[in-house]
Ligand binder design. Structure first.
Ligand code: PLP
Length: 554
């Protein structure tokens, strides 16, 4: 049999009619199978849309699974997979079917200690009737070509890693993301051909390094639609960006009796710097409460806003719950009382289109490592007029125009905020990551991840004793939960034994977990390279734990 002309549907039919041993022994290797599968599905009459639903071909069992309709009946053998494939005729479940499935009576979990969910606000149900309500989730029907998860997985070498005898399932994307080969190669190229300090030297490599560094700044400006790349400041990450604003602009413009508003959802990085500023200046910290689903309560936020409000700083996506806050509306509300707004986009930029001009935020901050770029590099976007009036927070080389013992004249932004030798190579790597993501298309990413999240939330909430934490109507990526009778550490260990990486703990967001009566959760979090199969593996381990506990207690 020629592998070059492999016809997968013919192969499936032959296997089902009893020819499987011979055929399976003639199978090509995994890479070839993946390539052929991509080719086959992309030639389907619906333009290959089905590719989003087909799980990865694994190295142990090429036809081991297709995306299951029900996670109670997981096909585990080649034969089962092939018959499922034949039965479904490639008409795999899409979002519409999944929405029908989750709207079944009794399918809605109880949220919060003793608080019954209203049901209607489980995010994908509400989203079904309110399509387009949230500008960040709206318009996911994309002009991009179909998204092929198998192709993108091949771009991330670490996803082939084996952990405890299993293929790695990386479901810890809210903590950090994996890096595509394009980023790894770009870093290597920088160190092989361009490495130099920037801006100052009169030689070829300095010119190359400066071009690469400033080129990355341009890419970032385009990615977030900043009017000018001089509004993009390189920092170590989100934490440093928030501290920069607190310790420079904050110290200059916030005084006694002024008020700073944050939300209950915040990561510690967006709490502590403001607490410190309040302690130093006598300003007051106010907190927007959230409802039992984990969404900010806009009516309460409105009550907090007044003429003393100088700053509102909040997250666009909660790292602990996945809630997508109504950022656009919240920013407009803050501006109506003359307050400035810092938007923490650490958890949103890799999942949603983030456009600083549409949002009209005054600052936007994010970390490179959470968007497929290197660690130790991040971004502070600030409106030009704000950066201009803000004093630098650190002094040293690179940020000066002229120095005498009497006084120093600073460079204009962004150099004014980049004292010392920066993380040049990783800034270049971040540029490569954003170019890579732009090629895939953030709308494709958002749509695919949304379908994965719908599937995962549905599967998890059906497990007896499992409580989902964070069921807001607008949500992305994160599926926090606790399992009755098991510590979160136990669940994390069991998953790790099965090669599945999730985060357990307080996720540096203790206030929001305590709002739900918890100190820790298990937090699987998705990226666009995750598959339905990986979610099935997660669910199977949690179910097994839950069953074993039941057997033990009977
Ligand atoms: C919402 C949010 N803000 C801020 C941070 C801090 O990011 P970093 O540690 O990269 O500075 C994180 C990290 O998890 C986060 O999720």
């Amino acid at each position: 049999m020629s592998t070059n002309s492999l016809d997968l549907s013919g192969l499936a039919q032959q296997a089902l009619s009893g020819g499987s041993p011979e055929i399976l022994s003639g199978l090509p290797d995994i890479a070839e199978l993946n390539r052929l599968a991509s080719q086959f599905f992309s030639e389907l009459p619906n333009g290959g849309k089905v590719m989003d639903h087909v799980p990865a071909v694994t190295d142990t069992s090429p036809f081991a699974k297709v995306a299951p309709v029900s996670f109670d009946v997981l096909p585990t053998t080649n034969e089962a997979a092939l018959s499922a494939l034949a039965r479904q005729g490639f008409d795999l479940p899409g979002e519409t079917e999944l929405k029908k499935m989750v709207s079944a009576p009794g399918g809605i979990p109880v949220i919060g200690p003793g608080v019954a969910s209203s049901g209607s606000s489980f995010y994908f149900l509400k989203e079904a009737v309110e399509q387009g309500r949230n500008p960040q989730l709206a318009g996911l029907g994309s002009a991009h070509p179909p998204f092929d998860v198998h192709a993108v997985r091949r771009d991330f070498p670490i996803l082939q890693e084996r952990v405890n005898g299993h293929q790695l399932a990386w479901l810890d994307n809210a903590a950090t993301t994996q890096k595509p080969q394009a980023v790894i190669d770009r870093l290597s190229e920088f160190y092989r051909h361009e490495n130099s300090n920037i801006h100052r030297a009169a030689h070829e490599l300095a010119a190359r390094a400066t071009d690469a560094y400033e080129g990355a700044r341009d890419i970032i400006a385009r990615f977030i639609n900043a009017p000018s790349s001089s509004e993009v400041v390189f920092v170590r990450g989100t934490t440093e960006a928030i501290n920069l604003v607190a310790k420079s602009w904050g110290k200059q413009y916030i005084g006694e009796g002024d008020e700073i508003i944050i939300s209950w959802l915040e990561h510690h990085a967006n709490i502590v710097p403001w607490q410190q500023l309040c302690a130093e200046t006598g300003a007051v910290l106010r907190v927007i409460p959230v409802d039992d689903h984990g969404q900010v309560i806009l009516a309460e936020y409105q009550k907090l806003l007044n003429a003393r409000t100088k700053l509102v700083s909040f997250t666009q996506v909660s790292n602990a719950l996945g809630t997508v806050t109504p950022a656009h509306e919240m920013i407009a509300m803050a501006h109506s009382v003359g307050a400035k707004v810092l938007l923490d986009a650490a958890q949103s930029v890799s999942h949603l289109r983030v456009d600083v001009q549409t949002l009209n935020c005054d600052w936007l901050v994010f970390s490179g490592h959470k968007i497929f770029g290197p660690t130790g590099i991040g971004v502070l976007y600030g409106k030009a007029e704000l950066l201009e009036v803000t004093q630098p927070w650190q002094g040293g080389g690179n940020m000066i125009e002229d120095v005498t013992f009497e006084k120093t004249v600073y460079q204009p932004a962004p150099a004014k905020f980049e004292a010392g030798t920066g993380n040049i190579a990783d800034a270049v790597g971040l540029g490569a990551a954003l170019e890579y993501l732009s090629k895939i298309g953030i709308e494709n990413v958002a749509r695919y991840e949304h379908e994965l999240l719908v599937y995962g939330m549905h599967a998890l909430q059906a497990i007896p004793g499992l409580r989902l934490i964070g069921t807001a109507a607008e949500k992305t990526s994160v599926m926090s939960f606790v399992l009755a009778g098991h510590s979160t550490a136990d669940v994390g260990n069991a998953l790790n034994k099965a090669g599945i990486a999730v985060r357990t703990g307080h996720h540096c967001a203790q206030p929001i977990l305590r709002r739900f009566g918890l100190e820790t959760t298990v937090r699987p979090s998705l990226a666009f390279y995750n598959t339905y199969e990986e979610i099935d593996r997660l669910v199977a381990v949690v179910k097994r734990l839950q069953c074993n506990a039941k057997r033990f207690t009977v």
